[in-house]
Design a protein around this ligand. Structure first.
Ligand code: NAP
Length: 495
């Protein structure tokens, strides 16, 4: 057990919900079993359902019961969990919660350190923060932190309003805005690959890179989340946060130190350097799509408009691709293409860095130009890095053939690869907010994305649905790259 393991109480609002059960309890368990948490921690679950402590602890045990460890007793682990049911809009209940926290602080020696994790619908975020402050729960002799799930607003104005509400009760450095992509092992690896390898950083610019492609595709459709998705769409659900965050990590300058402020300030500079586009120009840079029926895994599946709680003439996009231009010395002239969608051919998140062609071609592969060098960073489901090179073909001619150097992160044994939420919870407990989004990043991302959503809101998508389920998205998405002389590289699934 680590002696300097962080001590705190974690109050989870939305303790009976999907996120808490599927992600948060297993992540806390993994921190516990790897000794990252001392015995000095407690979790208080808040939701309306009238569960007893025993019932709550049983739910927690169920959500972690796929971990079979000889040395960790699930009952001992679950005994750290306490349930306190109330409606978060009922201000009177907060006093009782405070009394419970004070008692548990003595019992678990958590030194007044409190994490308030809002795993609930975003319309409650402002109310909870205000009530925590007015009822004195933020007046503690230890530190206090607020963890906020996505979505953080649905445009710049609503995000600002939410932020202003939160800032009444918490300072910026006490607010931890989750972007769970930043907790992924291979997203965190982008910085290490770039800044710890002498062979990449000198080439990481517009002299040697021709374009960068970031794809995040899913096979699943909206399933039973139609109601949520209708008010969101792929642009708000994926581009404003995850895709722009990955772009910022790929494009940022090396920070002078690996501190939170230095890294965030470099990311902010990239977002500030994004070439703004006007509503009239959106069609030149972005493509929207909505899935139709199709065949997935040999089975016929329905279109987005046939899904539950979806308007049969919905304009909501389930696919976005776009070309981002970063106007700075390093990246001028290098397009960053992004692509994200549901019901696509493969489930995969990956980044492809395409290097420029050599000035002269001495070797040909079957009469064709040689394959460009690609660096592929595979983020999920399999994690790793692949470098595409050219090598001699095993015959007598002057021909080359593409080869791959492959590194697979330990993805076979998921037990040993920390989950995104595990990283993020641990970072929050230690007060490291590097992998959470600062308000400046959120604000700049929304301002960029708002132009696109306004343009799309003002013009109905007459061509919807425009891609078949199980495909790579609409044809216009291919055309977006073709007009620059590029094409999407097929998403790889490495062994
Ligand atoms: P969910 O399954 O609908 O859970 C909502 C939780 O809030 C439940 O525990 C519910 O419990 C509680 N709740 C609702 N109204 C309440 C009230 N007035 N007072 C007290 N408790 C109340 O939602 P979720 O999927 O876990 O998502 C939670 C948040 O995480 C959302 O912001 C979502 O966007 C975000 N998120 C979720 C995921 C995911 O994988 N699920 C991924 C990324 C982000 P009772 O009904 O018992 O009150």
């Amino acid at each position: 057990m680590t002696t300097n393991a962080p001590k705190s109480i974690i109050v989870i609002f939305g303790a009976t919900g999907d996120l808490a059960n599927r992600k948060l309890y297993p992540s806390i368990y993994r921190l516990y079993r790897t000794g990252k948490l001392s015995e000095d921690f407690a979790v208080v679950g808040v939701a309306r359902r009238p569960l007893t402590n025993d019932e709550f602890q049983n739910n927690v045990k169920q959500s972690v019961n796929h971990f079979q460890d000889q040395e960790v007793d699930h009952d001992t682990f679950a005994s750290h969990f306490h349930y306190h049911p109330f409606d978060v809009t009922d201000i009177k209940s907060y006093q009782k919660l405070n009394t419970l926290l004070n008692t548990l602080e003595d019992e678990y020696h958590t030194e007044g350190n409190r994490i308030f994790y809002l795993a609930m619908a975003p319309n409650f975020f402002g109310t909870i923060a205000a009530n925590l402050k007015s009822e004195g729960l933020t007046t503690t002799h230890g530190w206090k932190r607020l963890v906020i799930e996505k979505p953080f607003g649905h445009d710049f104005e609503s995000a600002k309003e939410l932020n202003d509400q939160l800032r009444q009760a918490f300072t910026e450095d006490q607010i931890y805005r989750i972007d769970h992509y930043l907790g992924k092992e291979m997203v965190q690896n982008i910085e290490v690959i770039r800044f710890a390898n002498a062979m990449f950083e000198p080439l990481w610019n517009n002299q040697f890179i021709s374009n960068i492609q970031i794809t995040s595709s899913e096979i699943l459709g909206v399933e039973d989340r139609g109601r949520y998705y209708e008010s969101s769409g792929a642009l708000r659900d994926m581009v404003q946060n995850h895709m722009l965050q990955m772009m910022a990590l790929l494009a940022m300058e090396p920070p002078i130190k690996l501190t939170t402020d230095e890294i965030r300030s470099e990311k902010v500079k990239v977002l500030r350097a994004l070439k703004p586009i006007t509503e009239d120009e959106v069609d030149n840079y972005f493509v929207r799509g909505q899935y139709d029926r199709g065949i997935v895994n040999g089975e016929e599946v329905n279109g987005y408009r046939d899904s539950n709680s979806v308007d049969p003439s919905s304009n909501t996009e389930t696919f976005v691709s776009g070309k981002l231009i970063i106007n700075n010395f390093r990246w001028a002239g290098v397009p960053f293409y992004i692509r994200t969608g549901k019901r696509m051919k493969q489930k995969s998140t990956e980044i492809i860095i395409q290097f420029k062609d050599l000035p002269m071609n001495l070797y040909y592969d079957k009469g064709e130009n040689i394959h460009p060098n690609l660096l592929v960073i595979r983020i999920q489901p399999d994690e790793g890095v692949t470098l595409h090179l050219n090598a001699k073909k095993g015959d007598f001619g002057s021909t080359s053939t593409p080869i791959k150097l492959n590194y697979n992160n330990d993805s076979k044994d998921k037990m040993n690869t920390p989950e995104a939420y595990e990283f993020l919870l641990y970072d929050c407990m230690r007060g490291d907010s590097t992998n959470f989004t600062h308000w400046d990043e959120v604000a700049l991302s929304w301002k960029y994305v708002d132009v696109i959503s306004n343009a799309w809101n003002n013009k109905s998508a007459s061509q919807f649905p425009n891609y078949e389920s199980g495909s790579n998205g609409p044809k216009d998405s291919d055309a977006l790259l073709q007009k620059d002389g590029f094409h999407w590289w097929a998403v790889s699934q490495e062994e």
